[in-house]
Ligand binder design. Structure first.
Ligand SMILES: Nc1ncnc2c1ncn2[C@@H]1O[C@H](COP(=O)(O)OP(=O)(O)O)[C@@H](O)[C@H]1O
Ligand SMILES: [Mg+2]
Length: 488
């Protein structure tokens, strides 16, 4: 039998680990902003004041609930997970504040946090560097002796002050080709897109002053994509990714390049695809191959924005972001479910792009059917000529794909003349290929002028003996006459 022993790992240098948690100034700042928004702030003021050639002081002030003295010990602990109702909409791992402080202040000697709450009018607490793992000093200040260091007049809220080195500032422009003012534009765009849906309830302002004496300020306004056409838009679709109800808002279509942005909505390969917001905060943009195939320049105008909102504080219903909130965790079953929901919503981004080709008589009949299904409300999505990748990755174009309002996915194969067994075999094959590609079809429908006994017999056989452990789709045979009478 093996001998059981123990060893003690050496103690981690926590501050150094926290310091390496963020990739740039925008992501660090967003941690402070997430905290402010979670604390129900209506106003957030960000100041970047250059004090030496080598750096700035950044302050972030909010008029939210503030941090009570009794809460300091868990607020400043790392990895402490408060109950959902305490953490608010954008806190989760108990790490953001500390990693953002450490990411700015490697030497752990300059940061400070000030906070005031309703329960203690005329007072605020001040916690200053250094961060220590055992005991941290803090002061309780009386405003009549030491006035509140911020600008906002509300009686509650928090102010964070951190150093920002010039190099960290330049993380806004890794190529170091922009002017400092242009870097502020980059930051303003990042904030406008990241917090777009929340900015109707929160006033966010950005102020800066450089050593050159140049100063300016800006109110962050949401930036909308420059839509050329919106193919689908919905507010508040109920959805379940496996861990409870949530609400989804989405808009999908083709965009033209935005004239005023640098990064987002540019109608190019790095700004197209799927953007996912969680509770109104952008987590990941430019998702494409995770849902569809490899991105291709023809898809550049395609954009699908989805905002997933939790209901009754149930965060478990949402996919997990990584702690730095830059991505969603790929191995999270809720994320996999989300991708499969998106695929059903839009199996082919091409439908959002302007059409060019001339169509056959069969396609014209299909188009009529698609339009009827959409107009009558029987289908919420109807895509003609949806491509499915075959084994050698050459796509075949199927006739019509629809998504019903209840979320079920239906594929139609259409024949102008009487159907053949082979037509149904082809449709069944499409069903299998789609499943292999991550799109589960709930129903397969063959539409033709008529269906002989052999085709009907084959349909019954398929319903009895489908493929391995795949769920059996409903298989239906329809005639064009039935379709004309409204039965599709
Ligand atoms: N600006 C703020 N206003 C009020 N409370 C705050 C603020 N910043 C942080 N907190 C409190 O500190 C807790 C921990 O924050 P943070 O370290 O950012 O954790 P998380 O990684 O979960 O976001 C939050 O849940 C919140 O209660
Ligand atoms: Mg946080």
């Amino acid at each position: 039998m093996a001998e059981q022993k123990t060893f003690a790992p050496e103690r981690a240098v926590l501050w150094t680990i926290l310091n390496a948690s963020h990739i740039g100034l925008d992501k660090i700042l967003e941690e402070f902003l997430d905290n402010a928004v979670s604390a129900h702030a209506h106003e957030i003021r960000i100041d970047l004041i250059q004090n030496t050639k080598r750096g700035f002081i950044m302050t972030v002030e909010d008029d939210g609930d503030g941090i009570a003295e009794e809460a300091l010990s868990w607020v400043f602990s790392v990895g402490h997970q408060p109950g959902k109702s305490v953490a608010g909409d954008h806190n989760q791992f108990g790490i953001g504040l500390k990693s953002a402080l450490a990411s700015c202040d490697y030497h752990n000697d300059t940061w400070a946090v000030y906070s005031r709450v309703t329960a203690c009018p005329g007072r605020y607490v001040r916690v200053k560097a250094p961060y220590r793992e055992e005991e941290i000093d803090y002061a309780v200040c009386r405003t009549e002796e030491e006035s509140w260091p911020g600008e906002l007049s509300s009686g509650t809220g928090t102010l964070i002050s951190v150093p920002v080195t010039k190099t960290l500032f330049k993380s806004l422009d890794p190529k170091w080709v922009k002017t400092d003012e242009e870097c502020m534009d980059t930051l303003a765009e990042e904030l406008a897109v990241t917090y777009g849906p929340l900015l109707k309830d929160v006033r966010m302002t950005l102020h800066w002053k450089f050593l050159s004496g140049k100063e300016d300020s800006r109110t962050i306004q949401p930036i909308q994509p420059n839509w050329k056409q919106i193919v689908l838009r919905k507010e508040g679709e109920e959805l379940n990714l496996g861990q409870g109800k949530l609400m989804a808002d989405y808009a999908m279509g083709a965009v033209s390049p935005h004239p005023d942005t640098q990064k987002y909505y540019k109608c190019n390969i790095t700004s197209s695809g799927l953007m996912v917001y969680l509770n109104g905060r952008l987590i990941q943009a430019n998702l494409f191959k995770e849902v569809w195939n490899q991105p291709h320049p023809t898809y550049n105008p395609f954009l699908l924005q989805v905002n997933l909102r939790m209901v009754d504080g149930n965060r478990e219903a949402l996919p997990n972001p990584t702690p730095d909130k830059d991505y969603m965790v790929l191995g999270d079953p809720r994320f996999i479910q989300l991708l499969s929901w998106v695929r059903k919503l839009c199996p082919d981004p091409k439908v959002c792009l302007p059409k060019t080709q001339k169509e056959s008589a069969e396609l014209a009949m299909c188009r009529q059917m698609a339009e009827h299904l959409k107009a009558s409300g029987a289908a919420s999505v109807a895509n003609l000529e949806m491509p499915l990748p075959l084994v050698n990755k050459k796509a075949v174009r199927t006739d019509l794909y629809t998504r019903l309002p209840d979320g079920r996915a239906v594929l139609y194969e259409t024949k102008a003349q009487a159907s053949k067994v082979l037509d149904l075999a082809q449709l069944a094959m499409y069903g299998l290929v789609a499943a292999e590609d991550g799109l589960d079809l709930d129903e397969l429908v063959l539409v033709a002028k008529s269906h002989g006994n052999n085709v009907q017999g084959f349909a019954q056989m398929l319903s009895r003996r489908w493929f391995r452990d795949l769920p059996v789709p409903t298989i239906r045979l329809l005639t064009w006459e039935e379709v004309q009478n409204g039965a599709c």
